[in-house]
Design a protein around this ligand. Structure first.
Ligand code: FAD
Length: 552
């Protein structure tokens, strides 16, 4: 963090230079001294400081200046840095104006010119004020600041992206904080666009695309080579595990992720059943470790790039990205996992990302402190979400469609023992009410009694199962009737390989109906939808791919 600023303003260059020299001598070590010859020029400098999240400690300005008086400057500078000390430099004739402004703008002091010797007339006064400023000021957060509203889906998207990449940021709620609002308005040209992201280097992104944000924070978004041994689509546990095993075996691996690494597991506040972590570990922690490990072995991982298709070209597989780029490789691993099943309730769309969240308990929980919230679903992911939310919310009501929970016993026991959790069985949601983008209450129906009830709540976190993410390959490889990818022996029907299979040899383990295209994890038929299965399959897929490469 750069030193706090002392801003000096005087239209008389010789006086400005003299005060600058004296102040620099005494305070130059601990403060950055900026000077301007007019109030307008000083205000411009202050706005830049504000953008860079720097801080001003003291303004010292001459009163008598042609376009803008010292008092006028201090008035306008105040909203920018409300805590900065304000000192007016006056001639004897201006003491009236100085005294008047003590009350009007809470002037901290007025100094009479000349101030010689500074050891008597300048330093003790400023020293005292600066000490007072230091003991009361809250120094700004060093890092990225995201200004938005809790009820804005775009703000949620940005927060989620930064949180899942474990990039620290400060949240500025423009609905709750006038200072944040004025900061945002300075970049809005009359139309308030949110979120606005302020970086330490002074640059600002207004309502950015996630890819632009990714590039700005230094996340790799494009492949560095045109050709790889293996392209892995999806950076959930299966894809990341394949990257670790592939790269450590010497294969040139590229992992392409459309959002952020971690996949569904990245949404898990605590994975308690993963081998080797007796106290559990969060999905984000697991992801961070896996990404580091994969990169250490030389795997390349790119985020915010959507694979839109795969085509065959002789012995090569060509992967197309949403930006039009094509990447050629010898083998592809589909590790696209599954996506949250959507809740179907009339009018829900207006609340998505703004009160209704799919699996985002992690990112949003803290914003619902002391408020009642809902969790929809009763399985493991819902239970984890509910338990995590109780750290913040006043009450968590779990809405479960059936009369039993398909969940691990340790989670069911923890839910039952938690006084903040209420579980309602045999219920479904009929209506969602609130203002645009702000959830207020829901209407539920008891499926056995037909009774309806209205429950107040500020947010709803939905965990009602997952659907395979198969859109890029559904016309290329054989799927089961639920859309999961068939691989290896699961392709056999009556002990016969399907007619689409073109080779003499049998498919390798985890190989799909297209040679050289493999699948692992939640997108695959026959997996058991667990982190350990996905990571195991990622490793097995690499062994199978190595066997395949030997056949080329
Ligand atoms: C909230 C929650 C809690 C859970 N808790 C546990 C737990 O405690 N223990 C446990 O064992 N399991 C848990 N699970 C299940 C576990 O997370 C999954 O089984 C596991 O993540 C599956 O891994 P995967 O790599 O196959 O797929 P995913 O984790 O779904 O990852 C797939 C990745 O592929 C990306 N992708 C998809 N399509 C494309 C495309 N076209 N281009 C580029 N990228 C694409 C996705 O964005 C995603 O990042 C939990 C799941 C959830 C949702």
């Amino acid at each position: 963090m750069p030193n706090p600023v002392i801003m000096l303003v005087d239209d008389d260059q010789s006086v400005l230079d003299a005060v600058d020299r004296d102040i620099r001598l005494k305070f130059g070590q601990d403060y950055r001294i900026l000077k301007a010859t007019s109030g307008a020029a000083a205000l411009e400098l202050l706005k830049k400081l504000q953008q860079r999240n720097e801080v001003a400690a003291l303004f010292l300005t001459d009163q008598r200046m042609p376009q803008m008086t010292g008092v006028e400057f201090l008035e306008q500078a105040r909203p920018l840095f409300p805590d900065a000390k304000r000192v007016l430099l006056t001639a004897y004739a201006d003491t009236e104006a100085a005294i008047a402004s003590i009350n009007k703008l809470q002037l901290d002091y007025y100094l009479m010119k000349p101030w010689d010797p500074p050891e008597d007339h300048l330093y003790p006064i400023l020293q005292d004020m600066l000490e007072d400023w230091r003991s009361n000021v809250r120094l700004p957060f060093e890092g990225i600041r995201v200004a938005g509203t809790l009820w804005s889906p775009r703000s949620h998207e940005v927060k989620d992206f930064l949180a899942r990449h474990q990039i620290a940021y400060q949240w500025l709620d423009v609905d709750l904080d006038a200072h944040s609002r004025s900061l945002v308005e300075a970049h809005s040209n009359g139309v308030l666009k949110l979120p606005v992201i302020f970086f330490q280097d002074g640059s600002v992104l207004v309502e950015p695309e996630i890819q632009a944000l990714a590039q700005k924070v230094g996340i790799q978004t494009t492949a560095s080579l045109p050709f790889y041994d293996v392209v892995i689509v999806g950076a959930g546990p299966a894809g990341l595990s394949a990257a670790v095993y592939g790269a450590s075996s010497g294969l040139n691996c590229l992992v392409i992720e459309k959002q952020v690494p971690g996949g569904q597991a990245g949404n898990s506040p605590k994975i308690e059943n993963y081998l080797g972590f007796p106290a559990g570990l969060s999905g984000m922690d697991l992801t961070r470790r896996a990404v580091t490990q994969a990169r250490r072995f030389g795997a390349e991982i790119i985020s915010t790039q959507h694979v839109t298709g795969i085509r065959l070209q002789d012995m090569y597989r060509v992967v197309t990205l949403s930006n039009g780029m094509e990447i050629v490789c010898k083998a592809v691993l589909l590790a696209t996992g599954a996506a949250f099943r959507r809740l179907e309730v009339p009018g829900i769309e207006q609340f998505i990302g703004a009160g209704v969240y799919y699996g985002a308990a992690y990112t949003e929980a803290a914003y619902y402190k002391d408020q009642p919230v809902f969790v929809v679903g009763g399985a493991n992911s819902a239970g984890q979400g509910a338990l995590f939310l109780t750290r913040f919310a006043s009450k968590v009501t779990m809405l479960i469609r059936r009369d039993v929970q398909e969940s691990s016993k340790y989670l069911v026991d923890a839910e039952a023992a938690n006084p903040k959790i209420e579980r309602l069985f045999n219920v479904e949601i009929q209506e969602i009410h609130g203002k645009p983008g702000k959830l207020e209450e829901i209407v539920i129906l008891h499926r056995l009694t037909g009774e309806k009830a209205t429950l107040p709540g500020s947010a709803m976190f939905v965990f009602i199962g997952a659907l395979p993410q198969n859109d890029i390959i559904k016309d290329l490889v054989i799927l089961d009737n639920k859309g999961f990818v068939l691989t290896g022996r699961d392709l056999l029907k009556d002990n016969q390989l399907p007619k689409e299979w073109p080779l003499e040899r049998d498919p390798f383990m985890l190989e799909t109906s297209v040679p050289g295209i493999f699948a692992a994890g939640d997108v695959r038929f026959g997996t058991n939808h667990r982190v350990a299965s996905a990571t195991g399959e990622g490793g097995i897929a690499i062994a199978a791919i190595e066997s395949y490469l030997k056949t080329l």
